[in-house]
Design a protein around this ligand. Structure first.
Ligand code: C2E
Ligand code: MG
Ligand code: MG
Length: 679
């Protein structure tokens, strides 16, 4: 195995990048190419190595490439003509992903996107229906129609309308008044652009539904000098009918514009920004957090209803000139046209978060949802709407990684982070398949007697090159990708088997239990009950020796469903525990209704308890609450003798933390279990 290669993170990142990409030295030498680049450039990736990128382009592109490498032309260049051995001539955009990482020998990551004539498109969606353009020049009073326009409407070039009046006359009589009204608003500057679905007479005498977009070009005095229109066929009926949806402009589920339409409007906004200096706009990508959890846990019908409601709320945040579109399964793209500053875009992101705060009620489920938002501001370095939207998606995934309900502004270094996450996901998948995990056990002890009461099982991943990876780095990713389900099954089975074997070998510890962390997506799997049943039966462990740790947010987000699951689990004699208690937002009255046996006071309170009055009060009230609800209370993260003493004084019975024991290998636990003999 070529070890040198696989341990280099930049190299590995390159190999999982889904776009054609190269690692370059500052002078252009290709150090490495991925498979996608090989396919695009028609050469085996190994054959590209040590060539200079300039050798792969037409000779007259040299100066352009030099300026890119020197950072003189911004982070990307457009329309570079590359040569392939097969004689194909392709045009590409080359973007450099961020400044070279410090101390990395100045390596650059270059991402190559083929431009449309290159014949390779990343987007496999059907292209929108034929596009036709027309242009009106005020000074000349003339309309010019493109050949596509003529063929769309069946006219010979000399039959096409020559004046604006003649053009408007082709509109269906019912559509003329509104169109004229909108046109006036556009010319006077009241409306930034015009979009209208209207009927126009084809040469065959029939009317065709066309999506019509018109932009205005102003002279230096701000007077409308030209109109530039584009039209596309919509199908039979606009708006509500399937026909229009089929053309790909409206999403049938939510009624929102589609990705194709958003890209189109984004393209128009870019064109406008090029003409008007200072014109700023932003594209936002919103991904619903843990949507998968709802879709897979509660069914697609519930997921669909949630999407519809979310779409409705987001539409409500929009100003007239903005576009809110459904760009993917659970993704919404928003074009904020004409903003004053980045502050407008972040304030809008906040508004979106607010709009999603209240729960959505679907079939009796209170669904708490939130969205992560990625933001990209318009910049002259973008030439393609696709690129801008892709960067908004990257920023959105970054926002997801920061926790739920957040937003992130795009910056080029995110490319590198994105490939790292992709890479981690691939390896996590492998770890799930090949059981690359093991469990540590952290003892939970009685504060009164110091005796061992139980354990918490904590997952550990030994990564082939990084070594031990902490759960905080991979559990959220496992949740996002659904890998937490097979991973969780493995944890349950291993923990049950392990405890059973200890109980058999050290029978004096009969009442010991093991706590297993269960994440939201697991709780929403109806199979969880079966999985647990199987884990218990195969290991021979009794239900009462197993505890499950759930977090408040998981319960609150899926209140009814979580309740049903908890009741079923309780029926199997399994005890339920609320982890990280105090950090969520459950209220006492809420909790009382749930079959909960134990509360774990979050370590943040325990660690501040001695100095901070408020934390101590929280600990005290959780203990009181536990007492009145007849729930066990466990203090997490006990690190000092002082903390132990305060807890004891407040009447806490159980504790877990480094002061007693760190999480340990199963082997090390045995010395704690063996009967103590007096020396
Ligand atoms: P958690 O369930 O709240 O687990 C307690 C965490 O606190 C553990 O971190 C433990 O090592 C750490 N800890 C224990 N005592 C002390 C102390 O005295 N001081 C400090 N500073 N920390 C202490 P760990 O093992 O890194 O796990 C982090 C989180 O990852 C867990 O938080 C849990 O939410 C999640 N997790 C761990 N294992 C699993 C698993 O098998 N499945 C799932 N779904 N999540 C898991
Ligand atoms: Mg826990
Ligand atoms: Mg905890």
């Amino acid at each position: 195995m070529p070890r040198r290669k696989s341990s280099d993170p930049v190299e590995k990142a390159l190999q999982v990048l889904p776009w054609p990409a190269l690692i370059l030295r500052p002078e252009g030498t290709i150090l490495s190419a991925n498979r996608a680049a090989g396919v695009l450039l028609d050469r085996a990736p190994a054959k590209l190595r040590m060539k200079n990128i300039k050798e792969l382009a037409w000779p007259d592109e040299g100066p352009k490439l030099n300026r890119l490498l020197a950072g003189e032309d911004g982070p990307s260049i457009e329309g570079v003509r590359m040569l392939t051995p097969g004689g194909r001539d392709i045009r590409v955009r080359i973007g450099l992903a961020g400044p070279p990482p410090e101390g990395d020998g100045g390596r650059l990551l270059a991402v190559i996107s083929p431009l449309p004539s290159g014949g390779v498109s990343r987007d496999s969606r059907p292209a929108p229906a034929s596009e036709a353009r027309w242009d009106w020049d005020r000074a000349e009073g003339r309309v010019t129609c493109s050949p596509e326009w003529c063929s769309l409407l069946g006219y010979e070039e000399d039959e096409a309308p020559k004046t604006l009046r003649a053009w408007v006359d082709l509109l269906h009589a019912d559509d003329q008044p509104v169109f004229q009204y909108k046109l006036e608003a556009l010319l006077s500057g009241e409306a930034p652009d015009l979009e209208h679905e209207l009927r126009m007479r084809h040469a065959d005498g029939e009317y065709r539904w066309l999506l019509t977009q018109v932009e205005v070009v102003r002279d230096s005095a701000g007077k409308a000098a030209r109109l530039s229109g584009r039209q596309r066929e919509l199908g039979e009926e606009p708006g509500l009918e399937e026909g229009a949806f089929a053309e790909g402009f409206r999403d049938p589920l939510t009624g929102l514009p589609t990705r194709a339409l958003l890209l189109d409007r984004l393209g128009l906004a870019m064109a406008r920004a090029r003409r008007r200096t200072g014109h700023l706009f932003a594209i936002l990508s919103l991904g619903l957090d843990r949507f998968r959890l709802i879709n897979e846990g509660l069914g697609y019908a519930v997921g669909d209803r949630l999407l519809q409601e979310v779409a409705r709320r987001l539409e409500g945040c929009r100003r007239g000139s903005d576009t809110v579109a459904r760009t993917g399964g659970d993704e919404i793209g928003i074009l904020l046209d004409d903003i004053r500053s980045v502050g407008d875009a972040t304030a809008f992101a906040e508004r979106l978060h607010q709009a999603l705060k209240a729960p959505v009620v679907v079939e009796g489920h209170d669904l708490f949802t939130s969205g992560s938002v990625g933001i990209v501001l318009s910049s002259p370095s973008y030439n393609s709407a696709e690129d801008m939207l892709r960067d908004a998606d990257i920023a959105m995934h970054r926002a997801k990684g920061m926790g739920r309900g957040r937003y992130a502004l795009f910056d080029a270094t995110m490319y590198i982070r994105t490939v790292e996450i992709l890479e981690l996901e691939t390896e996590l998948r492998r770890a799930v398949e090949q059981s690359g995990f093991h469990l540590h056990y952290q003892p939970i002890v009685s504060l009164l007697t110091g005796r061992l009461a139980g354990f918490e099982a904590l997952i550990r991943w030994t990564h082939p090159t990084r070594g031990l990876v902490k759960p905080s780095e991979f559990v959220p990713l496992a949740e996002e990708t659904g890998l937490v389900v097979p991973m969780g099954r493995w944890v349950l089975e291993s923990a049950c088997k392990q405890l059973k074997s200890w109980l058999v070998r050290f029978p004096q510890n009969r009442s010991l239990w093991v706590s297993v962390n269960v994440s939201g997506i697991q709780l929403l799997q109806p199979e969880l009950i079966m999985q647990i049943d199987l884990a218990l039966r195969e290991s021979g462990l009794a239900g009462r020796n197993l505890k499950l740790e759930l977090t408040e947010s998981v319960i609150m987000e899926n209140a009814q469903y979580a309740y049903d699951m908890m009741v079923q689990l309780r029926a199997q004699d399994i005890r339920l525990c609320i982890d990280d208690f105090g950090t969520g937002y459950s209220s006492m009255s809420y909790l009382r209704r749930y079959p909960v046996d134990a509360l774990k006071i979050d370590q943040s309170f325990v660690s501040r308890m001695e100095e901070d009055e408020e934390s101590r009060e929280i600990v005290r009230s959780v203990l009181q609450m536990g007492k009145s609800l007849k729930m066990e209370v466990i203090a997490e993260g006990v690190e000092t003798v002082g903390q132990r003493d305060v807890l004891k004084r407040l009447g806490c019975e159980l504790g877990q933390g480094f002061f007693f024991h760190r999480p340990m290998e199963a082997k090390a636990v045995e010395s704690l279990l063996a009967p103590k003999r007096s020396r």
